[in-house]
Design a protein around this ligand. Structure first.
Ligand code: ADP
Length: 359
């Protein structure tokens, strides 16, 4: 039996808006689950239904196999960290972290010890006497996390906890959250629109779009085996390149390029004759020049960005655009024409209509 079970969960808001459709997921104890997707796709709504802050319109939420739809947040033993830190401005860091325990009437000595341990994990030991306004954004977020992890709860729910931090603080806090999870082993559900956060933190990722789950899997599974164009384009940075076209005589043609689909699909290429297909490849899976067992594409270089460990090359051919990741030593000249190869095994084909992957 899984620790948490979401069975056909739906959310229809009082105004009739159907924000979450048939959400299904089993979560094991200790897992770090990330809900990811663009703003408005239903991530927070789902998290809030798990927290008990929002009614479940349809479906069942189970904790250790028991129906928990009607349980309040306390009975569910959840702690939530929000993006706005929701700290008490007039209380010190110590009192903010201790707040939950103080409410429960826990012994003062026990509180003191627990706050000190928590502060040590979070690097807040020197700030316990300060008020929140005398802390940086990252420190405030740590206090908010401290307040959540000091209580012994079953599951931590985090809603975009890093979105108010600057880029550098986000990277630091991200690794701290991973560290805290390793140390506490606490089941965590984390909401973000940032695919990098999802990829770096998650044991499993749930990709959502417009209220529907698109795919659930490990970061590696989503990267290697995306089920559709949306997931393929969402996971990975820079994102996967897509070339759209109609299949004629078993080929996809654009600009001066003709890609023979039988090379990838064999006889099955025939069934796509006259249909629209999406040809996908990741920027990092190309090789400059001509290679065996690979599609060759020629294109014009529009722009190059040297990033240190690699160069992003923006290319165009007719109306199709793509980004290639190359070794900085191989950075091509802007306005030159290049030929590159995509090994067949790194090519993804999607149905142009349903946008689902063609295996
Ligand atoms: P996300 O967390 O993925 O950004 P949300 O779960 O916050 O998305 O919202 C999902 C959708 O539900 C959005 O279109 C949002 O406008 C809508 N929504 C959120 N809260 C309410 C509400 N109280 N009443 C009606 N619609 C809502």
């Amino acid at each position: 039996m899984s620790y948490l079970t979401l069975k056909n969960i739906n959310k229809i808001y009082p105004n009739g808006y159907h924000a979450v459709h048939n959400f299904n997921l089993e979560i094991e104890k200790g897992e770090f689950i990330v809900f990811v997707g663009p703003s408005g796709c239903g991530k927070s709504t789902t998290l809030r239904m798990i927290a008990g802050l929002e009614d479940i319109s349809n479906g069942e939420f189970l904790i250790n196999g028991q129906r928990a739809n009607e349980w309040g947040p306390r009975e569910r033993e959840v702690a939530m960290v929000f993006q706005s830190y929701a700290l008490y401005p007039q209380m010190t860091v110590f009192d903010n972290i201790a707040f939950g325990l103080t409410l429960q009437g826990v012994d003062e000595e026990v509180i003191e010890e627990k706050v000190k341990n928590t502060a040590a994990i979070l690097g807040l030991t020197d700030y316990l006497d300060r008020l929140p306004r005398a802390l940086s954004g990252g420190q405030r977020q740590r206090v908010a996390i401290g307040r959540a992890i000091i209580r012994k709860v079953g599951v931590f729910l985090m809603d975009e906890p890093l979105s108010n931090l600057d880029a550098k603080q986000r990277v630091t806090m991200r690794s701290e959250i991973a560290q805290i999870h390793r140390e506490t082993g606490a089941t965590t559900i984390y909401v973000t629109h940032d695919q990098t956060e999802a990829m770096t933190l998650a044991d499993r990722i749930v990709v959502m779009k417009e209220g529907y789950v698109q795919q659930i899997g490990t970061p590696y599974e989503l990267y290697m085996d995306p089920v559709n164009v949306f997931v393929a384009g969402f996971i990975g940075e820079p994102p996967m390149n897509f070339v759209r076209g109609k299949v004629a005589k078993g080929c996809l043609a654009f600009g001066a390029n003709t890609l023979d689909l039988t090379a990838k699909l064999g006889n099955r290429a025939r069934q796509f004759e006259g249909k629209e297909l999406v040809f996908g490849f990741r920027p990092e899976h190309i090789e400059l020049g001509k290679r065996e067992k690979a599609y060759q594409i020629s294109a014009d270089v529009e722009l190059t960005e040297m990033l240190g460990d690699n160069t992003n090359v923006y290319i165009t051919t007719q109306d199709q655009k793509a980004i290639l990741k190359v070794d900085p030593h191989d950075t091509p000249e802007v306005d030159s024409q290049i030929t590159f190869s995509i090994p067949y095994e790194h090519v993804y084909l999607f149905d142009g209509e349903t946008e689902e992957v063609i295996k």
